[in-house]
Each structure stands twice: as C-alpha cells, then as structure tokens.
Design a protein around this ligand. Structure first.
Ligand SMILES: CC(C)(COP(=O)(O)OP(=O)(O)OC[C@H]1O[C@@H](n2cnc3c(N)ncnc32)[C@H](O)[C@@H]1OP(=O)(O)O)[C@@H](O)C(=O)NCCC(=O)NCCS
Length: 323
C-alpha cells in the first residue's frame, strides 16, 4: 500500500495493484474521460472513437497492467509492455477530479519497479510535448524528453508490389517459432535485445491484426505489426504499431518496400486510413513517410530512461510511437 499525499488528503489510502478482469470496464471509462478532458473534447468519452487500448493491453498480459484504487474505488491505471530489452508504458490515466494528488506518481513507481525487475536496457514513453506537468511527472522517474514523434496518416493505395506478402497469421503453428526468431534477429541488429515476439503473438491471438513478413533475397527484409480495424486501430483504420526494416546497406529500400506492403495490406482489407508514428530522430524514415504523402495528424514526444538514443537514431528504419 502506498500512502497518498496525506497533507493534501489525510484520510485517503491509495493502493496500486495488478488489474483484474472486473476492473477493465471502469479503467476504460476513466482512461477515455481523462484523455478527453485533457484534450478538451466536447464529449470526453468519445475521444478515441471505437479504438480500444485498455482491453487489449490487459488481455495481452494482465500482470503488466496496474490499477490505482483509492478508498476501494478504481481511480487510475496504466499498462507496461516489454519488447525484450526495451520497456514502455501507456496509456496512463487518472480520474480528472483526483488529478494532482500523487496518483499517477504511485502508478509510475510500480511501472519503474517492473522495468527494473526486467532489467531493460532502455525504457520510454510517448507524451504531450506542450504539457509541463506531463514532462515534469516523467522526469521525476528519470525519463527525459528527446525528439518529437509525429503520428502520420494517409489513405492507402496498393503499393508497387501489389500484394501484401506473407503474414504471421498465415503460418502454421509449427512455423511460427522460427518466424519469431527471425524477427528477433532483425530487431537485435537495430537495438540489442529488442524483441517484438510478445506484440506479434498478442496481435494474432486477440485477432487485432496481423504481422507482415517481407522476404527479400537475403531472408527477412522487414516486418510490420499491423492492427487492422476494430480493436486497437479503430474501425476503418490500419495502425502500424511497429515496423522495422533490416539494418545495414539497403535499409532504406527495404523500408520503402515494407511501406508498400503495409499499404497493400490495408487496401486489401478495405481500410480507409493507414496510421503510423515515427520518431523524428529517425530522420530519413520520417522524410520517406512525408514523401509518400503521409500527413502529420498529431505531435507527441518520446521520453527515454536513460537519456540515450536507444533505437531513435538516423540510421534506423523503424515505425512505432509507443502510445
Ligand atoms: C497526466 C496524469 C496521468 C497525471 O496524473 P496525476 O495523478 O494528476 O499526477 P501526479 O499528481 O501524480 O503528479 C503530477 C506531477 O506533475 C508535476 N507538475 C505539475 N505541473 C508541473 C510543472 N509545471 N512543471 C513540473 N512539474 C509539474 C507535479 O509537481 C506532480 O509531481 P509532485 O506531486 O511530485 O510535485 C493525469 O493528469 C491524466 O490522467 N491526464 C489525462 C491523460 C493523460 O494525459 N495521460 C498521460 C499521457 S502521456
């Protein structure tokens, strides 16, 4: 049990604990109300449309989901995720009438403790660059603001390749461990220990989307975890949660082919919008999205712990936004 700031609210007792199935609905409502209120949405509950964040993240790994309970009532939550040697978290939210009472700080302490237990090399988050409160909250835990992470979108058209390529979902169960190992080798070449197996599996198991596996002449050229329609992407949307082209000479061409394949997949599934985030430190990757007609819809900022580049570097061709 964590003591909430007793000077401000001497009677209140705050507990941070793993989320339970019975918390999911209330956590979802609080998450939407909190973001909608912060963003000034006319009806805060409608801020994310039918896109889901709480349910899929809880289902992916309940022990990585944290709930804050104040005097027996759910008042906030957050979700950690582990991609091998890399950890991130979000969304973090607190019921608006209880802001500035240390509840997010208590949730953050639980997340940071988990990252330390995992011994991740790098941890990160995506937040609002214009908010001194958000930046100050995360800095207390050793996360420092770095480059912007724009979210970009466009209407998908079939790419030059014309076909979406092979997907993880099409593989037989016995072929999957080898495919995950190949993806791990690819990301390990970008940031040691980076491993998307959890995300690829969770996307498949929950039917949220599929992972493109782009084969090139020398093996796996790239892969992209695409959320397709209702679920985390939202109806009509293909959300590229993570995509990576193999590092080294020719990476930019592999990245272009991967972008083609993502568009072809979105188009083939009848989706009207493709959404992808890229950290602006991955300068050429960012410029390539702009050159293809993607437009920025939102600017976030990545904050990292420790304050190192990790895989936000100019030579890296990765899409993700850590939302
Ligand atoms: C962001 C949010 C989770 C914070 O929750 P909270 O419970 O109000 O946060 P806390 O009270 O634990 O901590 C806020 C910290 O920000 C700090 N802070 C506030 N204004 C600040 C400023 N101008 N400069 C620096 N730090 C500031 C406070 O000092 C406080 O730390 P302290 O208590 O040690 O002084 C909550 O406002 C929320 O749900 N917002 C909507 C959803 C959202 O934006 N989520 C985060 C997306 S990344």
């Amino acid at each position: 049990m964590t003591a909430i700031d007793r000077q401000r609210d001497p009677a209140a007792a705050l507990i941070v604990r793993p989320m339970r199935e019975s918390d999911v609905e209330a956590a979802d409502r609080i998450m939407r109300t909190a973001f909608g209120t912060f963003l000034g949405a006319p009806d805060p509950l409608l801020v994310f449309g039918d896109a889901q964040y709480v349910r899929p993240r809880f289902a992916a790994e309940p022990s990585w989901a944290f709930t804050a309970e104040l005097d027996g009532k759910l008042v906030g939550s957050t979700f950690a995720a582990r991609w091998g040697s890399f950890g991130f978290f979000g969304p973090l939210s607190v019921r608006p009438n209880l802001w500035d009472r240390g509840i997010a700080t208590a949730l953050m302490a639980a997340v940071v403790e988990l990252f330390e237990r995992w011994q991740v090399k790098q941890a990160a988050l995506f937040t609002f660059p214009h908010s001194p409160k958000h930046i100050g909250l995360y800095q207390k835990f050793g996360f420092w603001p770095q480059y912007l992470t724009p979210l970009l979108e466009k209407a998908p058209v079939p790419g030059r390749r014309g076909r979406p390529g092979r997907t993880f979902g099409e593989l037989a169960e016995h072929e999957r461990p080898a495919a995950l190992a190949t993806c791990r080798d690819l990301t390990d070449g970008i940031f040691p220990g980076l491993d998307l197996a959890h995300e690829i599996r969770a996307t498949d198991t929950q039917g949220l989307g599929d992972t493109l596996l782009l084969e090139g002449p020398d093996g796996l050229a790239g892969f992209a975890v695409c959320h397709l329609g209702a679920g985390e992407a939202g109806s009509g949307t293909c959300y590229v949660k993570f995509a990576a082209a193999r590092a080294g000479a020719g990476a930019r061409d592999r990245f272009d082919e991967l972008l083609d394949a993502c568009e072809a997949l979105a188009h083939a599934r009848g989706l009207k919008r493709i959404v992808a985030g890229v950290n602006a430190a991955r300068h050429d990757a960012y410029r390539r999205l702009l050159a293809r007609g993607y437009r920025v819809s939102f600017e976030g900022v990545v904050m990292q712990r420790p304050n190192e580049a990790g895989y936000c570097r100019p030579d890296v061709y990765v899409l993700d936004d850590l939302r």
